[in-house]
Design a protein around this ligand. Structure first.
Ligand SMILES: Nc1ncnc2c1ncn2[C@@H]1O[C@H](COP(=O)(O)OP(=O)(O)OP(=O)(O)O)[C@@H](O)[C@H]1O
Ligand SMILES: [Mg+2]
Length: 462
C-alpha cells in the first residue's frame, strides 16, 4: 500500500481523492496549498504525489521541482482542469510521471494510475535503490545538502576532483570531511585505484612514521620483516591524511620532504622509492592559528593546501537539516524495519533550531536513536533527546553579542519561538529570584500580577 500526498487548492477534490484512496487501503495526506505541500514533503516520505497544476500560491510544476529534490523516488501525477498542450508539455518536461485531466473520469483514471504505480512500487523501489547505489559509488549523491554553501562545495569538488592537486579539507568535527575526501577520489581519474586513509592523530610519532613510509626487517627492534608503508600502498591512488593538525613537528618535516620530492625512504633503507600519490588532508583545527602559534609548519601548510575546502558547521546551513534528517530517517527505518513515515512538524522545528555542536554526525546519531525509540508513525518530540527539545534558541538570540546585534542564523529563525523562549526564561528567572512568590516575580518584571499569570500559564509554568 502506498503513502500518497494529494495537493489541490480545491478542498472538494482533496476530500474526494482522500476518501477514494483510503478506501483502497492507501495512506493519504492532503495539502490545499503549495506551501502546505512543501512542508509535508520536507517532513514525510511519500510514494506518490498527486498535484494540481494551478494553485494560487505555487504552480504544480514549481512544486514538482521542489518535490523531485526532496523525494527523488516518489512518483508524480499532475492533474489539471484546463488541459492545454503547453501545460502538458511543461508537466512532462519537468519530470512528471503522469498527467491526468480533471473531468468526470478523473477518479477512475487516478485510481488506475495509483494501482499500477503501487504494483510497480516494490520493483521501482528496488530499481531506485540500485540507481542510487550506483550513483553513490560513482558520484556525489551521498553528500546531502541543498544550501548555497553546500552547492558551492559540490561545484568545487567537481572542478578539483579530475586534477591530481592536493586538497586540504577543514571544518568542525562531523561536518563530512571524510565524505568529501572520498567523493573527490571517486570523481577522479584515480577512482579505480586505492583510497587509503590514515588518522595521523591516532599514532605516536615513531609508529606513524613506519606506517607512512614502511620499514625494512631489522630497522628497529620488533621489525621482524619488511613492511610496505601507506605511501607505497597508495601508489597511483589517493592517501587521505586525517587530523593532519595533530602531527608532531618532526613528522611534519618528514612529510614535507616526501611531498616536495615525491619519494619515500622506508626506515632502515638507504634507497628511496618514487611514489605517485594524491594527498588529501583534513583537520578540524584552525591551521592558520596553529601556524601563528608555532605548532604547524607554514611550508607544509602551503604544500598541502593547494586547494582548500572549508565545510561550514551545520548551524550555518540549517536549510540542509530537513533533507539530512529525512534521509537518515529513510536509512534507519529500513535498517530497523520500522513503519515510520515522517517527522512531526514540531519535532522538525526543534531539529532545525538546535545548534548541532557535533554537526551532521550528531544529527545522524540523533535520528538513529529516534527511529529506534519511536513507536508511532512519525518521529515525535517525545523521542528526541532533551538537549534538542530543551535547546534554548531564545538564549542563542539573547546571547546575541554586543551593540544590540542579534544572533541571526543564515536560514532565518522562528520568531514566535525565539520570543516565546525568551519570555519563558525570564518568567522562570524571576520566579527563582523571588523564591517562587508570584506577586514578587511580577514586580521584578515590572508587570501586573494578571499579566504574570498569563505568561506563566502560556508556558505551563506552575
Ligand atoms: N552532507 C552529508 N550528507 C550525508 N551524510 C553526511 C554529510 N556530512 C556528514 N555526513 C555523515 O556524518 C558522519 C560524519 O561525517 P565525516 O566522518 O565525514 O565527518 P568528519 O568531518 O570527518 O568528522 P571528524 O572531524 O570527527 O572526523 C558520517 O557518518 C557521514 O556519513
Ligand atoms: Mg573524519
Amino acid at each position: 500500500m502506498a503513502h500518497i500526498l494529494v495537493v489541490d487548492d480545491e478542498k472538494s477534490i482533496c476530500e474526494l481523492l482522500e476518501i477514494t484512496f483510503r478506501k483502497e487501503g492507501h495512506r493519504v495526506e492532503v495539502a490545499t496549498s503549495g506551501e502546505a505541500a512543501r512542508r509535508r514533503l520536507e517532513s514525510q516520505i511519500f510514494d506518490i504525489v498527486i498535484s494540481d497544476i494551478r494553485m494560487p500560491d505555487t504552480g504544480g510544476v514549481d512544486l514538482l521541482q521542489f518535490a523531485k529534490e526532496m523525494a527523488p523516488t516518489a512518483v508524480f501525477i499532475l492533474i489539471t482542469g484546463v488541459p492545454t498542450i503547453e501545460t502538458a508539455i511543461a508537466a512532462i518536461n519537468s519530470g512528471a510521471d503522469r498527467y491526468v485531466i480533471k473531468d468526470h473520469e478523473l477518479v477512475d483514471q487516478l485510481r488506475r494510475a495509483v494501482q499500477q504505480v503501487s504494483e510497480n512500487l516494490k520493483w521501482q523501489k528496488e530499481a531506485g535503490y540500485l540507481r542510487r547505489e550506483l550513483r553513490r559509488l560513482t558520484g556525489l549523491d551521498n553528500i546531502i545538502g541543498r544550501s548555497p554553501k553546500m552547492r558551492a562545495i559540490f561545484d568545487l569538488i567537481q572542478t578539483v576532483a579530475p586534477q591530481s592537486s592536493r586538497v586540504l579539507i577543514t571544518g568542525e568535527s562531523g561536518t563530512g570531511k571524510e565524505l568529501v575526501a572520498r567523493a573527490i577520489h571517486e570523481n577522479s581519474a584515480r577512482a579505480q585505484t586505492p583510497f587509503i586513509t590514515i588518522n595521523c592523530g591516532a599514532f605516536p610519532e615513531t609508529l606513524l612514521e613506519s606506517e607512512l613510509f614502511g620499514y625494512l626487517k631489522g630497522a628497529f627492534t620488533g621489525a621482524n620483516e619488511n613492511r610496505q608503508g601507506l605511501f607505497q600502498a597508495a601508489h597511483g591512488g589517493t592517501l587521505f591524511m586525517d587530523e593532519i593538525g595533530n602531527m608532531s613537528p618532526t613528522m611534519q618535516v618528514k612529510l614535507y620532504r616526501v611531498l616536495q620530492e615525491g619519494k619515500v625512504r622506508p626506515l632502515g633503507s638507504t634507497e628511496e622509492a618514487d611514489v605517485d600519490v594524491r594527498v588529501i588532508a583534513a583537520t578540524n583545527k584552525d591551521l592558520e592559528k596553529e601556524i601563528a602559534e608555532g605548532r604547524f609548519r607554514e611550508d607544509l601548510y602551503y604544500r598541502l593546501s593547494v586547494i582548500p575546502i572549508h565545510l561550514p558547521p551545520l548551524r550555518e546551513r540549517r536549510e540542509d537539516i530537513p533533507l539530512l534528517a529525512r534521509s537518515f530517517l529513510e536509512r534507519f527505518r529500513k535498517a530497523m524495519e520500522k513503519p515510520i513515515e515522517g517527522i512531526e512538524p514540531e519535532a522538525m522545528r526543534r531539529l532545525e533550531a538546535y545548534d548541532w555542536p557535533g554537526n551532521v554526525r550528531e544529527l545522524e546519531n540523533t535520528m538513529e536513536r529516534s527511529v529506534a525509540l519511536e513507536s508511532g508513525r512519525n518521529i515525535s518530540l517525545a523521542v528526541l533527546p532533551d538537549k534538542v527539545t530543551s535547546y534554548d534558541s531564545g538564549q542563542a538570540a539573547a546571547k546575541a553579542g554586543r551593540d544590540g546585534a542579534v544572533a541571526f542564523p543564515d536560514a532565518g529563525l522562528d520568531f514566535e519561538m525565539v520570543i516565546g523562549e525568551t519570555e519563558r526564561r525570564y518568567i522562570l528567572a524571576a520566579l527563582e529570584r523571588s523564591g517562587g512568590v508570584q506577586r514578587r516575580a511580577a514586580e521584578l518584571l515590572k508587570m501586573s500580577y494578571h499579566s504574570f499569570r498569563h505568561y506563566a500559564k502560556k508556558h505551563r509554568i506552575q
